[in-house]
Ligand binder design. Sequence first.
Ligand SMILES: NC(=O)c1ccc[n+]([C@@H]2O[C@H](COP(=O)([O-])OP(=O)(O)OC[C@H]3O[C@@H](n4cnc5c(N)ncnc54)[C@H](OP(=O)(O)O)[C@@H]3O)[C@@H](O)[C@H]2O)c1
Length: 261
Amino acid sequence: MSVVVLNGASRGIGLALARHFLANTQLSVVTTARNPPNNAEEPDDDGRRWTHLSTDLTNEQSVKATASAIKTKFGAHSIAAVVNVAGYLHAAPEKSIAAITPENLHAHFAINVVAPALAAKHMAPLLLSRAASSSSPFTHVPIWANVSARVGSIGDNRLGGWYSYRMSKAAQNQLTKSLSIELGRRGGVASKQRDDAVVVVVALHPGTVRTDLSAPFIGNVAPEKLFTPDDAAAKLFAVLVGLKKEDNGRFLDYAGKDIVW
Ligand SMILES: NC(=O)c1ccc[n+]([C@@H]2O[C@H](COP(=O)([O-])OP(=O)(O)OC[C@H]3O[C@@H](n4cnc5c(N)ncnc54)[C@H](OP(=O)(O)O)[C@@H]3O)[C@@H](O)[C@H]2O)c1
């Protein structure tokens, strides 16, 4: 059975993506986060395709246990796509280098870098090793997507500041790029018949989205530039299902446009 794993999906963009996958595909959906969604926000799951696994993505034993639970429930090569959505942005990002503290740097790096790296270590071995079936919504499987942020781009950095968040998302982007090389190589070079086992690995920018994370910053954002979590989920879903092998190693925004690394 094919499954989509959404890491960091008890609220915000991750939970909206879970709802979107359940409503628009026949796939099973695993969400992870430290907490389950509020009862009122639980995805509508008539088909019982939704599983929530309580996980601290910064804790290796917890990530390992979750990967093991996915393997037991769905099988050894069952994951069509992993989307690492979990992220952290302090409510008062540093305006100058004088404001950085080790504690704040560690907090950002734990969720924005350590978490997706541990997920890759323990969940990438569970990715599908076959082409998308005709009932799959995906153009290509398997997919690995790390939800990044435009402010993590070094090439696009014109304003400075936000040190911990920018630095941690830039480090996450380097993880994404290296993973695209390692996982994108799977089968491709050594044996042409395993070409469809190549993993497409991308970084995604969701736009500015009204969530707990963005709440302190959205006061001055023009309404047309501010997405609801459902808007962002629909746009990210369209990008994810349209990914092709050639997209491996790209940093894409919610409209599928390239962002400079
Ligand atoms: N919102 C925006 O405007 C915006 C813009 C650009 C990029 N992004 C990126 O988009 C992603 C999602 O952001 P969001 O706005 O949806 O954030 P959010 O509403 O704050 O949700 C964050 C999610 O991550 C989970 N999480 C945090 N720490 C975790 C941990 N240690 N283990 C497991 N799960 C953890 C949270 O669940 P628990 O607390 O239950 O664990 C929650 O489900 C982030 O990577 C963010 O950097 C957002």
